[in-house]
Design a protein around this ligand. Sequence first.
Ligand SMILES: NC(=O)C1=CN([C@@H]2O[C@H](COP(=O)(O)OP(=O)(O)OC[C@H]3O[C@@H](n4cnc5c(N)ncnc54)[C@H](OP(=O)(O)O)[C@@H]3O)[C@@H](O)[C@H]2O)C=CC1
Ligand SMILES: Cc1cn([C@H]2C[C@H](O)[C@@H](COP(=O)(O)OP(=O)(O)O[C@H]3O[C@@H](C)C(=O)[C@@H](O)[C@H]3O)O2)c(=O)[nH]c1=O
Length: 264
Amino acid sequence: MSTKILVTGANGQLGKTIEELYSDNQNGLDFVFVSKTELDITKQKALRLFFNNNDFDYCINCAAYTNVEQAEKTPEIAFKVNAYGVKNLAEVCKEKNTVLIHISTDYVFDGEKEEPYTVEDVPNPINEYGKSKLLGENCIHEILDGYFIIRTSWLYSKVYGKNFYRSILEKAEKEIDLYVTVEQVGCPTDAINLSKYIIQIIETENDNFGIHHFCDRISMTWFDFAKQILQENNIDNKINLVKVNKYRTFAMRPKRSILLEKLN
Ligand SMILES: NC(=O)C1=CN([C@@H]2O[C@H](COP(=O)(O)OP(=O)(O)OC[C@H]3O[C@@H](n4cnc5c(N)ncnc54)[C@H](OP(=O)(O)O)[C@@H]3O)[C@@H](O)[C@H]2O)C=CC1
Ligand SMILES: Cc1cn([C@H]2C[C@H](O)[C@@H](COP(=O)(O)OP(=O)(O)O[C@H]3O[C@@H](C)C(=O)[C@@H](O)[C@H]3O)O2)c(=O)[nH]c1=O
């Protein structure tokens, strides 16, 4: 019998990456991908109806509000999706005995710890996006037993969505000087690697429920990452990359948010 998997928020960078890698439904994995217009996690009744009409073994929740700057100005939008939408999803997963695989973020931490963050470290978010994601995590802990919360960091896809990798390339097309901060240190994570990590949890029938940390294991500043992006695309000699201590933003971001994976 095949394993039925629902992917919510399927039009985002992670959802699209999973779809590209796995939608051919091989190895007994049977995927259903739903975008926000097809299934809005903030609409409780529609969500319940959808789950009542379909059975899933797993739900991979890629739905989120990820605009960190805008979340600071209108936090209610971020909380609606990242906290209360996630609560709705946890409730229907509980009713239908579906294992929820939810994605969270390094931004639940304040970034003041010198060493990498372990899954035992206590979160203390310093921006509204991080606070909304932490409340989403807490709703899952309260409602579900069978769940994975996978915290990742600095996620990027080279082809899908809006992310730092693609922003730098877009800017490089228009500008000769790029100003990038050295204020934060973290681990950029390719959406392809995160997708593989999620799917191997399902394929191996992992039942090590709870919080997991997953990131690509090379830590750097955003400036280092921008340099790497320009080099990779052979445009580092055309662009003047300028190191700045502070890049003006509305939201605060954790200074050091390296995630340490749990060793089993
Ligand atoms: N991007 C990053 O750097 C990081 C992301 N994460 C987490 O990883 C996960 C995936 O992120 P990523 O793929 O980058 O995010 P994206 O912003 O690329 O995708 C999120 C998707 O969710 C959809 N969505 C928004 N609101 C709802 C809703 N109410 N119901 C259903 N779908 C909705 C969005 O649709 P629309 O665009 O139409 O609003 C979008 O297609 C998220 O949980 C995020 O918090 C964790 C660490 C780093
Ligand atoms: C585009 C740009 C950004 N920056 C700075 C601003 C900020 O401090 C830092 C990161 O920029 P961004 O705003 O693109 O990235 P940001 O939205 O902070 O990325 C975060 O997204 C959420 C969803 C997460 O969960 C996090 O893990 C993290 O990936 O780099 C520059 O210095 N120069 C630039 O040209």
